[in-house]
Design a protein around this ligand. Structure first.
Ligand SMILES: Nc1nc2c(ncn2[C@@H]2O[C@H](COP(=O)(O)OP(=O)(O)OP(=O)(O)O)[C@@H](O)[C@H]2O)c(=O)[nH]1
Ligand SMILES: [Mg+2]
Length: 293
């Protein structure tokens, strides 16, 4: 039997999960020797339909549809190291982001996900920088009478709602990671944090924001102070690396940016900024989980 490795993917809706896998599969399939490992073509994948469909869209710089709720995308990647030694298969399920919504309210996962998590020792955590929501200051006491609330200052009072699309990003992701921790306390995880749509940072209107481009870990510490502290104080459980990843290499909604990329080799479109600086290597977040360095 071929050795298998299970990884888990965590990320709210639109966090860049499917786009990353689309680019990863396309590039591994068409790679020469750019990466530390390659697709093992001798191994039959049961079902390539999903991977082929999303990777074709990525290659044509098309946006990929929102993953349908209830769907567990099959990502079965048979890999080997460069010399064709040590073949193994990586399983990474791609899920619709809504899957994570109800965990905030119920603080439980479906059994299939809990099982996946307990079998994994690697987690890919996706955060879309386009979708960052700041922590909101809670000023004033919550009022019972909604009319009085309106009279005081509507915008100051934020009522609690367990909605993953509205809560501050730091709160949402801290809650998700804490649940991973409390349900699997004896486990050790290699954790790659993927800050997706990283091209947005280099094109940001403020110089201060642009300066984060070569320092994704700094961005993460500044924008996710609560999660950073939690991970730091649980560093025996979570062995973390942060990557700024532009899987498209541009904003796919901007025609002029897409046009600029049309003549660029697919390998070179991708931009990944990791602890060792900028590169085009889409496999780096996966490599962190595989090599356990
Ligand atoms: N600018 C930019 N946008 C990106 C990039 N990668 C993804 N996006 C955008 O981010 C959004 C979400 O991408 P998906 O890959 O579909 O996200 P997902 O996590 O699979 O989302 P769900 O399937 O809804 O859970 C889309 O609008 C993409 O166009 C990138 O490299 N750059
Ligand atoms: Mg998706």
């Amino acid at each position: 039997m071929m050795p298998e490795r299970q990884f888990t993917v965590i990320g709210s809706a639109e966090s860049g999960k499917t786009t990353y896998f689309a680019a990863l599969y396309y590039l591994l399939k068409n790679a020469d020797s750019q990466y530390a490992f390659r697709l093992n073509l001798k191994h039959e994948i049961l079902d390539r339909t999903y991977l082929n469909e999303i990777s074709q869209k990525w290659a044509e710089l098309e946006e990929i549809d929102h993953t349908v709720t209830g769907f567990w995308g099959k990502l079965e990647l048979p890999l080997t190291d460069k010399d064709d030694n040590n073949p193994f298969v990586v399983f990474i399920p791609d899920l619709a982001g809504e899957f994570f919504n109800k965990t905030l309210e119920s603080r439980t996962w479906e059994k299939a996900f809990a099982d996946q998590l307990s079998q994994s020792y690697g987690i890919l955590l996706f955060i879309n920088v386009l979708d960052y929501r700041h922590v909101v200051a809670l000023s004033g006491k919550p009022q019972r009478d909604p009319k009085k609330v309106q009279a005081r200052n509507e915008s100051q009072i934020v009522l609690w709602e367990p909605d993953i699309q509205k809560l501050p990003s730091d709160v949402v992701y801290t809650d998700l990671i804490q649940q991973v921790y409390y349900q699997n306390q004896s486990q050790r995880y290699y954790l790659s944090i993927i800050l997706s749509a990283w091209d947005v940072i280099v094109n940001a209107p403020s110089k201060r924001e642009q300066a984060f481009y070569n320092h994704p870990e700094q961005y993460f510490r500044e924008r996710f102070p609560m999660l950073s502290q939690f991970l730091e104080s649980h560093s025996t459980t979570f062995h973390m690396k942060v990557f700024g990843v532009s899987a498209y290499g541009c904003d796919p909604t901007r025609a002029e940016q897409r046009q600029q990329l049309e003549d660029v080799e697919p390998f070179e479109r991708v931009k990944v900024v990791g602890p060792d600086g900028p590169s085009h290597d889409i496999t780096l977040p996966l490599l962190h989980l595989l090599t356990n360095d």
